[in-house]
Ligand binder design. Sequence first.
Ligand code: GRF
Length: 188
Amino acid sequence: MLVGVLVSGSGTNLQALIDADLPIAVVLSDRPGVQALERAEPAGIATEVVDRSEYLPDRREAFTHAVVDALKAHGVDLVAMAGFMTILSKPMFDAFEHRIVNTHPSLLPAFRGAHAVEEAIEAGVKLTGCTVHVATEEVDAGPILAQEAVPVEAGDTVETLHARIKTVEHRLYPQVIRQLIEQLGANP
Ligand code: GRF
């Protein structure tokens, strides 16, 4: 079972997956120069960049095919999205059916999309959290695998709340992926 991790940013969740010794074959970014890519190198993990700026906004399907091809070239069985900020189209979900997972910084189905932490603060909720789910073509809507609640505290900013949520993600996401690898290994 080989994991491909999709990233776009700081890569703290990627780091948690690396630290958990998961079998990561490749880290793929949708843009060059991000911190997540720098985390792969000392861990001896291959990196790929499929630069979204060369494809979007008009060629999302071609972008998706390039991502699929790069992951397949590294023998990836299971895809973990870890802060990946480009929406992939159908060919990705056909190529890795039921084998793409994502971590999202809210208790889905609340606060889908790219501004989940900000929207939780604006809504005044007292509890938010994180959700690990199977990724499907509809963004942040696939079957939920695990969730954990995180309190919103008085005076929280997007940064302080997101940091509290990430602390939980860093524990939960590797746990869920490890279980999935065991299940898929037993029933390939
Ligand atoms: C995480 O909070 C994840 O839930 C969301 O993007 C963030 C990625 O953070 N999808 P990082 O790049 O792993 O630090």
